[in-house]
Design a protein. Structure first.
Length: 37
């Protein structure tokens, strides 16, 4: 069980990082578009 939860925790950490990156890129793109308009 401990091993399984550890693996899941690792996956969630990776997902968190990916989501943060995606949100940042989308936010920057949105700001850029707003600045241009």
């Amino acid at each position: 069980m401990a091993f399984c939860s550890n693996e899941i925790q690792k996956i969630y950490l990776d997902l968190d990082r990916i989501i943060i990156m995606l949100v940042k890129t989308i936010y920057i793109k949105r700001r850029h578009n707003h600045a241009r308009t």
